[in-house]
Design a protein around this ligand. Structure first.
Ligand SMILES: N[C@@H](CCC(=O)N[C@@H](CS)C(=O)NCC(=O)O)C(=O)O
Length: 212
């Protein structure tokens, strides 16, 4: 029996959720190891990731850093193979721009949540104000272009673009940063995606440290 992969991350993290969604969709069993202290500056707390970032997937052959890398490693271990659209299979510039803006939004979430909610820095600082402006503009662009982007995707069971967008939209509500409702197409997309069993099994939550 091969050793189960260990996913080091947080149940409240959107990058971690992307990896968990792929594991669920692909039928890959894994053990989950929560990182409790996001302020830790010890790489050992991030399964050896020198950048002090999560998630990390620990495989017998070594650690895999970063959500997209992990999703690809999970595909190689799939017990339920799926037709996946990766970035290089996106059909046109509009779709590739959409993926770029989703990554930007996910990183903006980290900046806003870590900076304002964890580090308690003032939200009116231009560092956060500009990030929030760019984030809103990106969401408006995604809202206006989503239908065309989805329509042009090749036949698939799962796409990195849709999965990452879903993780982003639900995280905005979970961490109460920006509202999703004003972006009607994005909100409708999230409502549809929420129906997937893999989405229900990976709902955001705060990990609770064991008492002992
Ligand atoms: N490019 C990385 C980004 C990972 C990331 O930013 N993770 C957040 C948690 S959602 C994190 O580690 N935050 C802690 C920090 O920024 O110090 C990936 O794809 O996984």
């Amino acid at each position: 029996m091969p050793e189960q992969p260990r996913l080091v991350g947080r149940s409240s993290s959107h990058f971690t959720r992307l990896a968990r969604l792929f594991a669920e969709e692909l039928g890959v069993a894994y053990a989950f190891a929560p990182v409790h202290d996001l302020a830790s500056r010890d790489p050992a707390d991030y399964a050896g990731n020198p950048a002090l970032k999560l998630p990390v997937l620990v495989l017998p052959e070594g650690p895999v850093f970063g959500a997209e890398n992990i999703c690809r490693a999970l595909q190689a271990r799939a017990s339920r193979p799926q037709r996946i659209v990766w970035t290089e299979q996106l059909p046109d510039l509009r779709a590739r721009n959409a993926q770029e803006l989703v990554w930007l939004g996910m990183n903006a979430q980290v900046q806003l949540v870590f900076g304002m909610q964890v580090a308690r820095l003032p939200g009116e600082n231009v560092y956060f104000a500009k990030a929030a402006d760019g984030f809103r503009n990106a969401l408006a662009w995604l809202d206006a272009n989503l239908e065309a982007v989805l329509h042009a995707l090749p036949p698939h069971d799962l796409s990195l673009l849709e999965a990452s967008l879903f993780c982003l939209l639900e995280h905005m509500e979970f961490r109460d940063t920006l509202p999703v409702a004003p972006y009607r197409h994005l909100a409708a997309f999230a409502a549809t995606w929420r129906e997937r069993p893999a989405a229900a099994r990976t709902a955001y939550a705060f990990d609770v440290a064991a008492a002992d």
